[in-house]
Design a binder for this molecule. Structure first.
Ligand SMILES: Cc1cc2nc3c(=O)[nH]c(=O)nc-3n(C[C@H](O)[C@H](O)[C@H](O)COP(=O)(O)O)c2cc1C
Length: 177
């Protein structure tokens, strides 16, 4: 698949069929996402794949937005995307490198997550990034000490093919100086 076709064709998928996602396939998608750029190549993004009982427990951590619980329940696997704390945007002595403080780790995880979703799309899988989950989700998932949960990505074979939500015009997005 051509890169532009992949970028334009990817959609958020919220309904999945019954087929499981193999560990080998997720490993190959993470290997592609690992090629995403990161602050000083710190590579702070981590992926925890949840299936079965672990995924069922996570689905309950969606009282803030119950529709996300339905998506998780209907997906064969959910990836908890985490960031190793206090690396991205930091100098070796622990001080911030820029006035954006620790926000660069969000940037890095965002870039890696998009690469993950595009690699999944190329492999015929659907994904959706979920930012709405309850505060107890990291504990339920078992996010390791020193990492922060950033987003959840349910993944599976699509059972829907939604149209792209309307995008802004380039003239609204781009300006020249
Ligand atoms: C940071 C982030 C958080 C999001 N959180 C949610 C969410 O909690 N629930 C949901 O259904 N979709 C969520 N989405 C998906 C967006 O709604 C979706 O990307 C947007 O509507 C554009 O649609 P598309 O991805 O099909 O192009 C999120 C996307 C991003 C990037």
């Amino acid at each position: 698949m051509e890169a532009i076709e992949c970028i334009k064709g990817r959609r958020s998928i919220r309904k999945f069929d019954e087929r499981p996602v193999s560990h080998e396939l997720i490993e190959s998608i993470v290997a592609t996402a690992a090629m995403a750029p990161s602050w000083k190549n710190t590579q702070v993004t981590r992926y925890i794949a949840l299936e079965g009982a672990a995924k069922d427990a996570l689905a309950k951590c969606t009282t803030i937005w119950p529709k996300n619980g339905d998506i998780i329940n209907g997906a064969p696997m959910v990836i908890a995307v985490c960031a190793v704390s206090k690396r991205s945007g930091y100098e070796k002595d622990g001080s911030f490198s820029t006035n954006k403080g620790d926000k660069w780790e969000m940037f890095d995880v965002g870039a890696a997550s998009e690469a993950f979703c595009l690699a999944a799309h190329e492999a015929g899988l659907g994904t959706v990034i979920l930012g709405l989950y309850d505060d107890n989700a990291p504990e339920v998932i078992g996010v390791p000490e020193g990492q922060e949960l950033i987003a959840l990505i349910p993944i599976g074979f699509p059972a829907e093919s939604p149209k792209a939500p309307r995008r802004k015009e380039v003239s609204d997005l781009l300006s020249f100086r």
